[in-house]
Design a binder for this molecule. Sequence first.
Ligand code: ZN
Length: 65
Amino acid sequence: MAPATVIVCVECGGRAQLATPLTPDDVIAVGDVLMYRCDECWGRFDVVVHEDDFDDPPGESPELA
Ligand SMILES: [Zn+2]
């Protein structure tokens, strides 16, 4: 499970990419803060990870397989 690496910039509607690349070893939890930077206006956004950011339904842990 992983949060989005690209979001829509709230300032200009451009692409804002995750500023701190995630590795498979990174553990992202709800409540963590991720920083995104916009390609268009170079705005920086701190986004708190929400449970909806994860693709997998809550309660499943595929990494345990
Ligand atoms: Zn922007």
